[in-house]
Design a protein around this ligand. Structure first.
Ligand code: BF8
Length: 629
C-alpha cells in the first residue's frame, strides 16, 4: 500500500502528463490494479520469449533455443533459432495486418449496405473521394447517383481482399521505383486475405524452413496491410464520414465533465463511434439526460476510434492506450463503449471498482463482465441510442466521494489528412519540396504507435517529437503517438516556437503546428500517400526521400505490420521497444542492415528518444546527400 506521497512518486515514474499522474495516484490510492501493476507482477519476464526463441507452434513442443551457442540449438522438429524467430515474427505481423484489414473490410461492408439503402443512420459524405476512387478503378461516374457508384466502389474494394487478379489495385498508388523494388524482391502484395492466410500456412510446422524466405513474405503481408487493408479502411471511412480537414479540439482526462453524462468511446472502427456521436444529438436522448440530473452528454474518444472522431468532428480525446483504466479511475465515466483492438481484457474488472459500465458491441470482441449490445449496421442508430440510454441511467449511480477529474484540458489542432496538407500548401507539394531543398526543413519523420507500460507513458513520443522539430524535421503522427503529443501541447501552431528557425518560419507562414496529427493507426496509410505523392512529384521512389519513421512506445502486433510496411516502402524505422528477434543474429542482421541494399531502408532499435532523433537525422542527411541537396 502507498500513502498519498508514495502514490504521487509512483505516478511521476509511470507517466509524463500531469493529468495522467493525478489519476494514476488516485488509482493507486483507490487500490485499483492497472497495467503498470500487472507488469510488475510479471517480472522477471521470460528471457527466451523476449529473444523470440520460444516455439509453441506444435504438440512436440513447447521448445526453446539456448541463445549462447549451447544445446538445445534446435527444436524437436529441427527448427533453429533463425527459423523460430522468423516464424514468430511473421505470426505477430500477420495478426496485426489481419486486425487492420478486418476493420477495413467492415467499413466497406457498411459502405455497401449504405449504398443499398440497408443501413441505418449512415450516409455517403465525401462524393469527391468516392468519384476519385471510382475513376481509379475504372468505374463509370457520369450520370449515376452516388449510391450506384458507391455500390460498385464498395464491391470492387471488398474484392481486393481475395482478388484473383494477383495484385492489389490500391498498391498501384506507390511510385514506380518503389514498386520496381517490390517486383525484384517478389513481394508485390497479391490480395489481403491471401497474404495473411499464406502466412499462417508458411509458419505451420514443416512448411517454411528458410528464414529469409519467411521474412520476405512478412514484407509482402505488411504491404497488403499498408497499401491494402488499412488504406481501404481510411478511404472507406472518408467516403462515409468525410475526409478530415484542420480543426481545433482538446485532449487529456480533463475532457471528462463533472456535471455531464460521460461516455468514453474506445476501440478502433468509426462505424460504431460515429453513430454514438450522432445519437447523442437526438433531442429525446438529451432530454433524458437532463431528467436524470445531468447538464448534458459528454462524449470523448480514446485510442484510435477517438482519433477518428477527433479528426473529423473535433470530438475531444481523453487519452491513449494507457489511459483506458485511468479514465475509469476518475470515477466519472458512466459507460465505456468498446468495439475491438487495444482493449484490456480485464477492463470490466477495472470498471467494477467504480460505477462504470463497459458496453461491448462486436461479436468478435466479447469481454467478460461487460454488457453486450450487438452493433449491426441495419439497426446502428437505434442501438447507439440504447447504449447512450444505459449511460444516462447510470449517471445517478455515481459515487461523488470517488470522483476526481483533472482540471486542465489541452488545446490541439488535428485533421491533417493528406488532402488537407496538400490543400494547405496550395494544391501541390512544391512549397514543401522547395523548403526541403533549401534546407529550411531537413526532412520529415512519422512518429506512430502505442504506449507500453515498459516506458514512462508518452515520454518516448514527446521527447522524440521535440528533439526532431528542434532539428528542423517536420513530424507527422498517428495513433497514440499523436494523442501523446496533443496532451503535451505540441499540436498547436504556437508549438512552432519549440522548432528550429527554418521549420518555425514555415509553420508560422502556414499557421500549422510543427507536429501534424494525421489520424488513427489505419491512417498510417495517409502517411504512405503523403510520401508517395511527394516522391511522384519529384520522380523518385519513397526510399529516396529524406524521411523516417519511429514507434518509440509500441506494443501491438499492428505496430509490427506498420513498421514493416514502412521499411518495405523505403522508410527507415526506429523502434523504442526491442522486437523479439535478438535470439537470431541472422534475422537481426537482415532487418537492421541487409534490407538497406534491397529497399534503401531498415529497422533500428533505440530506446533513448534523443539518440533515436540522432539516428533519424543521420538517415535524413544520408538521403539528402544522395539526392544532391
Ligand atoms: O491502433 S497506437 S495502442 S490505439 S495499436 Fe492501439 Fe497502438 Fe494506440 Fe490504435 Ni494503434
Amino acid at each position: 500500500m502507498y500513502d498519498a506521497f508514495g502514490a504521487k512518486k509512483l505516478a511521476e515514474q509511470r507517466a509524463l502528463d500531469a493529468t495522467d499522474q493525478e489519476i494514476i495516484a488516485k488509482a493507486v490510492e483507490d487500490g485499483v490494479y492497472t497495467a503498470w501493476d500487472r507488469l510488475i507482477d510479471q517480472q522477471p519476464q521470460c528471457g527466451f520469449g523476449q529473444l523470440g526463441v520460444c516455439c509453441n507452434r506444435c504438440a512436440m513442443g513447447p521448445c526453446r533455443i539456448e541463445p549462447f551457442g549451447k544445446k538445445p540449438d534446435k527444436g524437436v522438429c529441427g527448427a533453429n533459432a533463425d527459423l523460430i524467430v522468423a516464424r514468430n515474427l511473421l505470426d505477430d505481423l500477420s495478426t496485426g495486418a489481419a486486425a487492420h484489414s478486418d476493420h477495413g473490410r467492415e467499413v466497406l461492408e457498411v459502405l455497401l449496405e449504405t449504398a443499398e439503402g440497408k443501413s441505418q443512420g449512415y450516409q455517403i459524405t465525401d462524393e469527391v473521394k468516392l468519384k476519385a476512387i471510382a475513376k481509379e478503378y475504372g468505374i463509370k461516374t457520369e450520370k449515376r447517383k452516388k449510391e450506384e457508384i458507391a455500390k460498385d466502389v464498395a464491391r470492387i474494394l471488398l474484392e481486393e481482399f481475395g482478388t484473383l487478379r494477383n495484385k492489389i489495385q490500391m498498391a498501384e498508388r506507390a511510385p514506380e521505383k518503389t514498386k520496381d523494388a517490390w517486383k525484384k524482391l517478389g513481394i508485390v502484395p497479391r490480395s489481403v486475405d491471401r497474404e495473411i492466410v499464406e502466412s499462417m500456412h508458411r509458419i505451420h510446422m514443416g512448411v517454411g524452413a528458410d528464414y529469409v524466405n519467411i521474412l520476405l513474405h512478412a514484407m509482402r503481408t505488411s504491404l497488403s496491410d499498408g497499401w491494402g487493408g488499412s488504406m481501404m479502411a481510411t478511404e472507406g471511412s472518408d467516403i462515409l464520414f468525410g475526409t478530415p480537414t484542420p480543426l481545433r479540439t482538446r485532449a487529456n482526462l480533463a475532457t471528462l465533465k463533472k456535471d455531464m453524462v460521460n461516455i468514453v468511446l474506445h476501440g478502433h472502427n468509426p462505424i460504431l463511434s460515429e453513430m454514438i456521436v450522432k445519437a447523442a444529438e437526438d433531442p429525446q436522448v438529451k432530454k433524458h439526460a437532463t431528467e436524470k440530473g445531468a447538464k448534458g452528454i459528454n462524449i470523448v474518444g480514446m485510442c484510435c476510434t477517438g482519433n477518428e472522431l477527433l479528426m473529423r468532428h473535433g470530438i475531444p480525446i481523453a487519452g491513449t492506450f494507457l489511459d483506458q483504466e485511468l479514465a475509469i479511475a476518475t470515477g466519472a465515466v458512466e459507460v465505456m463503449v468498446i468495439d475491438y483492438q487495444c482493449i484490456f481484457p480485464s477492463i470490466a474488472q477495472t470498471a467494477a471498482c467504480y460505477h462504470t459500465k463497459v458496453v461491448s458491441t462486436s461479436q468478435k470482441a466479447k469481454v467478460p463482465g461487460a454488457t453486450y449490445m450487438e452493433f449491426r449496421p441495419e439497426t446502428a442508430l437505434d442501438t447507439a441510442k440504447e447504449i447512450i440510454t444505459v449511460a444516462i441511467d447510470n449517471y445517478p449511480n455515481r459515487n461523488p466521494g470517488r470522483i476526481r477529474i483533472p482540471q486542465k484540458p489541452i488545446d490541439l489542432m488535428a485533421g491533417f489528412s493528406e488532402e488537407a496538407i496538400r490543400k494547405a500548401l496550395g494544391g501541390t507539394y512544391k512549397p514543401l519540396i522547395d523548403a526541403i531543398v533549401a534546407g529550411k526543413i531537413k526532412g520529415a519523420v512519422g512518429i506512430v504507435g502505442c504506449n507500453n507500460p515498459k516506458i514512462k507513458q508518452d515520454f518516448g513520443h514527446v521527447t522524440l517529437a521535440k528533439e526532431l522539430i528542434k532539428r528542423n524535421i517536420l513530424v507527422v503522427e498517428t495513433g497514440c503517438a499523436a494523442i501523446a503529443c496533443g496532451k503535451a501541447g505540441l499540436l498547436v501552431p504556437e508549438a512552432a516556437d519549440l522548432a528550429g528557425e527554418g521549420l518555425k518560419s514555415i509553420c508560422n507562414a502556414l499557421g500549422i503546428p510543427p507536429v501534424l496529427h494525421m489520424g488513427s493507426c489505419v491512417d498510417c496509410s495517409r502517411i504512405l500517400m503523403l510520401a508517395a505523392n511527394i516522391a511522384k512529384e519529384l520522380g523518385v521512389g519513397i526510399g529516396d526521400l529524406p524521411i523516417g519513421g519511429a514507434a518509440p512506445e509500441w506494443y501491438s502486433q499492428k505496430a509490427i505490420s506498420i513498421g514493416t510496411y514502412f521499411v518495405s516502402s523505403g522508410v527507415y524505422v526506429v523502434l523504442g521497444i526491442p522486437p523479439k528477434i535478438f535470439g537470431s543474429p541472422n534475422v537481426t542482421n537482415l532487418l537492421a542492415s541487409q534490407l538497406t541494399g534491397l529497399v534503401n531502408a531498415s529497422f533500428a532499435v533505440e530506446p533513448d528518444p534523443v539518440k533515436a532523433a540522432g539516428l533519424l537525422e543521420a538517415e535524413i542527411e544520408r538521403k539528402r546527400k544522395a539526392l544532391g541537396i
